[in-house]
Design a protein around this ligand. Sequence first.
Ligand code: AGP
Length: 610
Amino acid sequence: MCGIVGYIGGKAAAPLLLDGLKKLEYRGYDSAGIAVVNNGSIHAAKERGRLSALCSLTGDGKSISGHLGIGHTRWATHGEPNHVNAHPHISIGGMVALVHNGIIENYSELKQFLIKNGYSFVSETDSEVAAQLIDYYYKRQHDPVEAVRLAEKRFAGSYAMGIVFADREDEFIALRKDSPLIIGLGEGENFIASDVPALLKHTRRIIRLGERELAVIRKDGVTIFDKDSNTVKREPVMVTWDADSAEKGGYDHFMLKEIMEQPDAVRRTIAPRIQHGRVELGLKRITEAAIRSIERVYIVACGSSYHAGMVARYAIEKYARIPVTCELASEFRYIEPMIGSNTLVIIISQSGETLDTLFALREAKKRGAHVLSIVNVVGSSIAAESEDVLYTWAGPEIAVATTKAYSTQLVLMELLAVYLGRVRGHVDERLEGELISALSELPSIIEKLLEDQAGLKALAAESYMQRDIFFMGRNIDYALALEGSLKLKEISYIHSEAYAAGELKHGTISLIVPGTSVVAICTYAPLLDKMVSNIREVKARGASVIAIAAGEEHRGKTGANHEIILPGCADIALPCASVVPLQLFAYYTALMKGCDIDKPRNLAKSVTVE
Ligand code: AGP
């Protein structure tokens, strides 16, 4: 999704902005631009495509002088990805330049207003309308804060913005609602960015701008105002990520690096939550009394986070005996969810900024549910707006395809299921001890799975020319099949579908022809025999089957053409182990195909539009 960087200080702004934008490339974009204020004018450069094109155009920023500027990588929403629609957008007359993440929903109406007042437009974007509206008020008020606030009053939608003025070389404005924006505090220089990696090289002192807050950024200080123009005092937080953890660390791709980081990520997520042999989650607001009165759980998320929710559904129903419904966040608001004060809504989001998920959270709150979030990014919007939040300590995840964030979501949700089960009296001390030790073994199980990747590389080499690859499983393995299929299709572009294995014969089996590849996940021992029958069914139609089973005793028992045998482990630990070969299979298949693994086409890391 779009990225924002802004700078004011003693250094040349343009090279610094380009460097910051490079660190945000992982968010996905299709054009980029910068604007720098110098000697009473705004100097801008924009290019379609990769950032390298903009770097060539500007001699790595050296052709644009000035010490104050804003930069942007755009992921098209309004208007095609081209030079004209790229940000920054500059008002006619060149007084105001703006970068914007989000959507101004009422931009057509505002555009008509501005046209009536003599404005003309060059782009198809909502963001240009915002720049011109600010210009309209600046001409009347000649005060940047006033002008931005007056324009903002007329915006409907979501926005994170950096705004510069041609005649203000000593300050610029940052503003946000619904889309994330952070301020980085330096010595004699200050920054804004849509995400931390853009700033790590310069500062670790970060302030997250709150909802509808506006900041005036000067080189020697930052002033933040709330929506009622009161000054807000907020201490910066120290970001502890080392700069390396936001880089590739010697791997060819962030995705592989992040797959390899899973043992540590899982360990970090589990360890602080086990105290004296019990699961302790440290919930601050959702009390044990409230948990005992819960009658229904909704798990709401998108994409892989939704798949983690599907696994969690089995665990919560099994250990806590509460009915669970899993809903896609983009559908949740439109289903009239049956929510009351005895409903717990669990929101899962790696980024904590997915707009559909954020809106689902707000809907749940409006309807009076308890809202608990499982989030990776500290202080993100979803974390900030939840009644309680549990962080997955996966660290920064850069590859668009999630791996370590997904596996930490899984373990954290399993811990939550055990905790809910204990509080509600369904998990006794003995069972809790067994479940905890099964989960605690996971980091070393994953380490073992990552040691030898040759078998998966060989399978990828056999499969990468396939047009279609089907995944099937039952129970938790069905949820895993969905994740394995998503992982494969998003990075390798091979068409893939995932089915509950028993459902295949109700239609999809008509697509199985000689040579079709099927991945059969059969780690869940109680249903292994049923999976073996399903493997037979597809093999009888000529499919070539890769089976993933758990426990040496099952080797040679699946009837598949190839088998991947995981170490035997308790049901609660299985999903987190089974996903590892699925991730590696997707990774090596995409590698064989020569795909852009970390930045697959059309996808964004953080989806901040509906
Ligand atoms: C998975 O690899 C994708 N990146 C995607 O499905 C992702 O899980 C989804 O967009 C939800 O994102 P979130 O967890 O940040 O809310």
